[in-house]
Design a binder for this molecule. Sequence first.
Ligand SMILES: [Zn+2]
Length: 110
Amino acid sequence: MTTIKASCPGCGEVELTSNDVTLMVCNHAAQSYYTFVCPKCTETVRKPADDHVVSLLMSGGVRAEVWELPAEALEPKAGPVLTYDDLLDFALQLGATDLVAAAAGQVPTR
Ligand SMILES: [Zn+2]
């Protein structure tokens, strides 16, 4: 089995086999990545995989899994960025709708 050398941010260079590496090839190449669990520190490491890395890993026997980026992730975002305050306001408003939700769940009586 081919030995694959990769680097862990905490441990440096580590040796893996093709079964240790998961290669995720995206329909938008910039989102392709590979991941592995570091054999020294057991942290999951995820790194981008450009075309060259994809070719190298596949030639080393790593099976590629294809995934598609959801179209909504590519939609242009307009307006201000969501803040923590916006999120808190949203959560508070959800809490205030409990009475509405409870009323909607009641079975009407005659
Ligand atoms: Zn490590």
